[in-house]
Design a protein around this ligand. Structure first.
Ligand SMILES: [Ca+2]
Length: 286
């Protein structure tokens, strides 16, 4: 079911240069991408608002919370890190600022199929064939380079539907699966304990995966990355209480760790239009 555009909870990450480039255009796409919690803003861009020149911002790419995998490799070197190693061969960039959901689902599905012996006729799950085969044409519309008034984002529940359909198509025929679609409750007293327990459980095997739906700037501290986002959880370092994010926004980012509390805060960010927090998918193969 697809309701009005105001129910859409996330775009993918947009960073500084991309945002200014879009502000300089006259498309509805640009206006939607520049919105924050929702896509309800509909102001026409004023040509006089264009920046005189695109000047690199003199701020770090990552804020104080995120730690690049490059600087923190010990965990994945010294631990099994099954989800990390299952997904890393399939770590792909999103095709545009809207398609983080597609890139993220393709990574997880390929990782789930990694233990299967594919034939020469079996393609890997590409973003293009995923959109083509999944019987939800709205998904392709919502992540297209140019979208209409009814497009431009995917809700957490829709993401669950798309993942379910993708598993029907691509998962090994002898497997069964379960998908939990969870909106985190920021008011829950035991939220931290629940999420931590989930991450500990998820870290045990590559039989399950977590797709986080979060506010990107909460993780990166990039003031221009104020948008909803989707990314797989690659690992959880329980000794340091930090979570490795395989961010598909690869034009701007690489894998990074965020503290557990930051991880939760990004998912708990409440959409100002729907008043619902974000959350995650937990996909388990049986
Ligand atoms: Ca797992």
């Amino acid at each position: 079911m697809h309701s009005s555009v105001v129910s859409r909870l996330f775009l993918c990450g947009l960073s500084f240069f991309g945002l200014w480039a879009l502000v300089g255009s006259d498309s509805a796409h640009a206006q939607e991408a520049a919105s924050t919690d929702s896509q309800t803003q509909n102001k026409s861009p004023n040509p006089q608002d264009k920046p005189a020149a695109v000047i690199p911002p003199r701020v770090p790419k990552y804020g104080a919370k995120a730690t690049r995998l490059f600087h923190a490799q010990d965990y994945v070197r010294r631990h099994e890190a099954p989800d990390f190693w299952a997904m890393m061969p399939y770590y792909v960039p999103q095709k545009n600022e809207r398609s983080c959901s597609v890139a993220s689902v393709s990574m997880v599905i390929n990782a789930i199929r990694a233990t299967s012996e594919l034939t020469a006729a079996d393609e890997l799950v590409t973003q293009a064939n995923l959109l083509q085969k999944v019987a939800y044409p709205q998904w392709a519309k919502d992540v297209a380079d140019e979208v209409g008034e009814e497009g431009g984002g995917v809700t957490l529940e829709e993401l669950g539907d798309y993942m379910r359909e993708a598993l029907d198509i691509y998962a090994p025929s002898d497997s069964d699966y379960e998908i939990e679609v969870v909106r985190v409750d920021p008011e829950s007293d035991d939220l931290r304990e629940k999420i931590r327990a989930l991450l500990v459980e998820n870290e045990q095997s590559a039989d399950d995966f977590i797709l986080a739906v979060f506010w990107q700037a909460t993780y990166t501290d990039d003031p221009e990355g104020e948008s909803g986002h989707v990314a797989p959880v690659a690992a959880f370092d329980a000794d340091k209480d930090r979570v490795l994010i395989l961010d598909p926004d690869r034009q701007w980012y690489e894998p990074y760790w965020v503290p557990l509390d930051t991880f939760i805060a990004g998912m708990a960010r409440v959409d100002s239009v729907t008043s619902k927090p974000r959350g995650y998918l937990h996909v388990t193969i049986k």
